[in-house]
Design a protein around this ligand. Structure first.
Ligand SMILES: [Zn+2]
Length: 313
């Protein structure tokens, strides 16, 4: 084995991960930017909607080779995330690298076979690889170590000697700093909280509604896509303890014609889904500005409504 100084991989490298299912290849691959990683599982999902569909492997491999060639031609650093335990799987990868004067580096993800098998347990059913297949993949990986140099790999390293945690955290940190605007950009600003609570995917649909008074002076926002939308309020003193959180507007559970506004806390994107889907329409945490809290008991609700009518004349 060559003494390469890691984590510095040469810029013009093709990193070929080699290891059985469950070895942890994808965990290592994710430490590089997503654009640099060609994942066979991901491509299986692209072509078939199912990352575990073995019938889609042929098409996925063809797609991988096409994308690899495009990246090698541009001489871009690339990681191939697939088992790559057979010579026939590795050959076209090495050839693509060599055609384009790229350095093929073999990275052995030599996790114990028993650990690889254990890790199949918690996986989704479509991603579970049978034990005998994992054992065979593991044996093939061990056997291939002897031939990698002859196959054309410039370097052969074990994944344990890659110090990938530091560059991984560095990249995550840069993203976070940019979100916070600490890199000199405007950052996400008041969308940081939105991103933390509901996830960054919601941000393109999020619009603050300055001047709206539907939430009694609290900030109002809308999530809209075409005709479908949700109205949200930013509460800055939840439970009187200064906590910050969101409420989402739902129909009043007491009265279809209610002139008040019924709000229910939204803790996550799941609450948004349930609110739009109508699943929160009778939630016990709803508070209507006209009817008050929803105690979930229809009879009492009616009585309360009648009481209110009496009060309001
Ligand atoms: Zn109401």
């Amino acid at each position: 084995m060559t003494e390469l100084i890691y984590p510095q991989m040469p810029e013009h490298s093709l990193v070929v991960l080699i290891g059985p299912s469950g070895a942890g290849k994808s965990t290592i691959a994710r430490t590089w930017p997503a654009s640099q990683v060609l994942s066979l599982d991901a491509l299986r999902e692209v072509v078939s909607d199912d990352a575990g569909d073995q019938d889609a492997t042929g098409d996925a491999v063809a797609a991988l080779h096409l994308l690899l060639e495009a990246r090698m031609r541009r001489r871009l650093f690339t990681v191939v995330d697939a088992t790559n335990v057979t010579r026939s799987a590795r050959e076209p990868l090495i050839a693509a690298a060599q055609r384009n004067d790229m350095l093929p580096i073999a990275v052995m993800v030599a996790t114990l076979g028993s650990v690889c098998i254990e890790r199949q347990g918690p996986r989704p059913a479509n991603r579970t690889v049978p034990e005998d297949v994992v054992v065979k993949q593991h044996q093939a990986m061990v056997a291939s170590h002897r031939t990698l140099k002859a196959e054309g790999f410039s370097e052969i390293v074990f994944s344990d000697s890659l110090y990938r945690l530091l560059p991984f955290l560095e990249r995550l940190s840069e993203t976070r700093q940019a979100d916070l605007g600490l890199d000199g950009s405007v950052g996400l600003g008041d969308l940081n909280l939105v991103s933390r609570v509901f996830g960054e995917e919601i941000l393109p649909l999020w619009q603050w509604k300055p001047g709206s008074n539907v939430a009694d002076g609290d900030r109002v926002a809308e999530i809209r896509l075409g005709q479908q939308y949700l109205t949200l309020a930013l509460r800055t003193d939840v439970d009187g303890e200064g906590d910050v959180g969101f409420d989402v507007l739902v129909p009043c559970p007491h009265d279809d014609e209610c002139t008040g506004r019924a709000w229910v806390p939204a803790y996550s994107v799941t609450c948004l889904f349930r609110a739009l889907n109508g699943d929160l329409d009778d939630d016990e945490d709803i508070v209507c500005t006209a009817h008050g809290p929803n105690n979930g008991d229809d009879q009492d609700d009616d009585l309360e409504a009648q009481d209110l009518e009496v009060i309001h004349g």
